[in-house]
Design a protein around this ligand. Structure first.
Ligand code: ZN
Length: 472
């Protein structure tokens, strides 16, 4: 799939990538681009003793543990507490650090990441024309390039789980390349399989390919690190209803955008009437929901994914966080698309969800920082159906955690840790990221990623696809 030629030095690789950037603009052969791909490798798992941090376990029965340690072995959290002993472990000094579960992202069109901030200022250059207009010209390699950028940015920002809502699977190779980028990055992810962007709603999803992936998933998933789902189009066509039935037969969860615009209100009611709501369903946005719809979602056990920046930037409206939380619906937070959101800053997303909800309620105390932090960790994990394995620092769970450096200027005084994380923290404060027991960021730098080469590679890919799409 990907050439992992360790004999190419970073320096010469950069030179090669510059050449690739030039070739990419005129359409280099895929084989050549494949040769020039990164040799980045996922680091090995380590036994770790993360010592002396302020540990926010996000586990209700354990709470916060100041000056505590976390012991990680074989990709799992084996102990959390004071003065732990682990003689063979690598020690990570966590003094002056907040230690918390990795941030859980719940809906991201990862293939659009390299279209960052490309949604323009006039209707024909808005988000949908832009993503569809360029997305139709993507190659399978572009899916890989965008995926590598997205995963690197996510890990750098303290996100340890992403939900790749992939609505640009133009051939089976596109899915393979998108999955390969997730796999190589070391991040934990769900890959939800969708139709090509812009495709008519009555054309079915390639269920034969989805079935093939399902059957061979064990060879791709790195244990339980990667999971599979359906990026569903809703009940608008017979083809989409058949997709849903096929996904359920394969035992896959289903995720769907609903009630984005006022004109698409009633989407949840339609799914409920078709008998298709349930705990295996994740609803996205749900901005224009009636009280009956909120109640139907709660009764069904379905979850909700909210992306405040894209919802506001595109003019859908304000997320109904308070209504859905009051009904007991599991909520996760999401990036959606950097084409609109610009970046993948989950700290800013937490702050936005709190500020918008307090503004809607005209109430300083409507949504607390602690509650928002739950949505980005344990609540997000619950909303993805993964709370048995991630979302809190609980012995037995997978070792997905981050360290946030409180000695940087924007956090320096360190008052309430939850308030600090929601209101003050930024991706640059993320010192260390561990996913599945692998250290993917350490002392503020990504491990095993040549960032300069990655930037060159992504720019070359974007330049090529913009040229093919004639989208300048
Ligand atoms: Zn979306």
């Amino acid at each position: 799939m990907t050439t992992q030629d360790q004999s190419i030095t970073p320096l010469s690789r950069r030179a090669l990538l510059r050449m690739a950037a030039v070739l990419g603009a005129v359409g280099a052969a895929p084989a050549l681009r494949a040769q020039l791909r990164s040799g980045d490798r996922v680091p090995e798992r380590s036994e770790l003793l993360i010592r002396g941090g302020y540990v926010l376990t996000m586990d209700a029965s354990r709470g916060d543990l100041p000056g505590a340690d976390v012991h990680v072995q074989d990709g799992r959290i084996v102990a959390v507490g004071q003065a732990l002993r682990a003689q063979s472990a690598t020690v990570i000094d966590a003094r002056d650090m907040l230690v918390l579960p990795g941030l859980v992202e719940t809906h991201w069109h990862i293939w659009t990441t390299m279209l960052r901030s490309l949604a323009g200022d006039v209707a024909e250059r808005g988000y949908f024309p832009t993503s569809r207009g360029i997305g139709a010209f993507y190659t399978a390699d572009d899916m890989y390039a965008s995926g590598r950028l997205a995963c690197a940015e996510a890990i750098n920002s303290g996100i340890t789980f992403v939900h790749d809502w992939c609505h640009n699977v133009r051939t089976p190779a596109y899915a393979e390349e998108a999955i390969q980028a997730l796999r190589e990055s070391g991040i934990r992810a769900r890959f939800s399989y969708g139709t090509p962007t812009g495709q008519a709603n009555d054309v079915p999803t390639d269920i034969a390919d989805l079935s093939r992936l399902r059957e061979s998933w064990a060879g791709r998933s790195d244990g339980d690190r990667l999971t599979l789902g359906l990026a569903w189009r809703g009940v608008g066509s017979e083809a989409a209803r058949r997709d849903y039935a096929a996904a359920r037969e394969l035992g896959l969860p289903v995720s769907v955008h609903v009630n984005n615009f006022q004109t698409s209100a009633g989407g949840i009611a339609a799914i409920a009437e078709a008998g298709l709501l349930g705990p295996h369903v994740q609803l996205i946005h749900a901005i224009w929901s009636s009280a009956d719809e909120v109640a139907a979602v709660a009764a069904s056990g379905a979850s909700l994914s909210l992306s405040p920046f894209t919802e506001m930037r595109i003019g859908f409206g304000f997320p109904m966080t308070g209504e859905y939380l009051a009904a007991g619906v599991p909520i996760g937070l999401s990036v959606d698309t950097p084409t609109l959101s610009g970046n993948a800053d989950m700290f800013a997303i937490m702050k936005a969800i709190q500020n918008v909800e307090n503004a809607r309620a005209r109430d300083e105390f409507k949504l607390t920082a602690r509650r928002v932090l739950e949505l980005a960790t344990s609540g997000g994990a619950r909303s993805m159906g993964l709370d048995a394995s991630i979302g809190s620092l609980t012995p037995g769970k997978r070792a997905d955690l981050i360290l946030v450096d409180t000695r940087q200027l924007n956090l320096a005084v360190l008052t309430d840790p939850a308030h600090m994380l929601v209101e003050a923290a930024q991706p640059a404060n993320v010192d260390t990221v561990v996913v599945d027991g692998r250290v993917l960021k350490r002392e503020g730098r990504l491990v095993g990623v040549d960032v300069e080469a990655l930037v060159d590679e992504t720019r070359a890919a974007l330049s090529g696809v913009r040229q093919r799409a004639n989208w300048q």
